[in-house]
Design a protein around this ligand. Structure first.
Ligand code: AMP
Length: 288
């Protein structure tokens, strides 16, 4: 760790060490936690900023969690920029970084099976089997180590947010799950670590995802839910670089598909699309 001595924060690799540090805090110290997979961007930083404002101590974890990848190549190719991430975190006034190895996080086999009902069966749950179970395994393990008062999650991963909320309610975990709005590039593309995997040409085309969602929101008074869904998929699939995996308009509270704009629910349009070989997700709230 010597080369990180100039950074103004503590960096831990082992659970026992970070626990010891946390146990040394004065009683009443509030802990805000931001779990990440690294390759940090302004979306992550917005979560960290919220925690720095609201909590006495901000802890960020960086761990690319193999259990949540259903595609080995996706895991292998996931961007890793640890040295830059640590500098960024130090500048962002993060207090503590937890960077465990796979052995450290999964020292004992984890055979738990999670049931999120409908929340886990649709969209990402359907197209990435086992993904949310992997997310639940790592998030509960990290919560167990850190015992945060608050944990910050981005609404860019809308379904993940709903799942984490349910998980903490079902398990009665004493942590407040705080939603944070999606941070976008100037052309509307949702910031994502995976954006760095796009070629320059793919990157230009990727902006069509959000502009199409935005147009769908504007058009939602004029067309039925079914027609909006078709329009979004057709517009994006006409682009030679983009292939839509799914576009669903769902009830925000249970992720059930919405049939009509007249239903009394908050409606969110969620999309997964490949731009070249890079799989991106995004969403738009039709009510806000
Ligand atoms: P990741 O490193 O992709 O696992 O993301 C870590 C956290 O950052 C998750 O809670 C994400 O939802 C959140 N996040 C990722 N991208 C964005 C974004 N563009 N805006 C807001 N939050 C984000």
């Amino acid at each position: 760790m010597a080369r990180y001595l100039e950074l103004s924060m503590d960096i831990f690799r082992y659970k026992k060490d970070i626990r010891k540090k946390i146990e040394s805090f004065k009683p009443g110290t509030t802990i805000g936690f931001v779990p990440t997979m690294g390759a940090l961007h302004k979306g992550h930083l917005s979560l960290i900023e919220c925690s720095v404002k609201q909590d006495d101590v901000t802890i960020v974890s960086i761990f690319v969690n193999p259990a949540q990848f259903n595609d080995k190549n996706d895991f292998k190719n996931y961007p890793k920029t640890l040295d830059t991430d640590l500098k960024v975190l130090s500048n962002a006034k993060c207090d503590i970084v937890f960077v465990p190895s796979e052995n450290e996080m999964y020292d004992k086999p984890d055979h738990r099976i999670f049931d999120f009902g409908n929340l886990g069966k649709v969209m990402e749950g359907k197209y990435r089997p086992g993904h949310f179970s992997g997310v639940a395994k790592i998030v509960t393990r990290l919560f167990d180590v850190i015992n945060p008062h608050k944990a910050y999650f981005g609404l860019k991963d809308f379904q993940q947010f709903a799942i984490i909320k349910k998980l903490t309610e079902d398990l009665k975990l004493p942590v407040n799950i705080i939603p944070c709005p999606t941070v976008r590039e100037n052309d509307g593309l949702a910031m994502s670590s995976r954006n760095s995997l796009l070629s320059a040409e793919e990157r230009k085309h990727a902006a069509l995802i959000y502009s199409t969602l935005f147009q769908a929101k504007k058009d939602s008074r004029k067309y039925t839910v079914g027609n909006i869904k078709k329009n979004v998929s057709n517009t994006l699939n006409e682009d030679p670089y983009i292939t839509v995996e799914y576009f669903e308009i769902v009830n925000a509270s249970n992720l059930a598909p919405v049939q009509s704009w007249n239903e009394p629910s908050v409606k969110v349009g969620c999309i997964a699309a490949k731009v070249g070989n890079v799989r991106l997700i995004d969403n738009i709230n039709f009510n806000s």
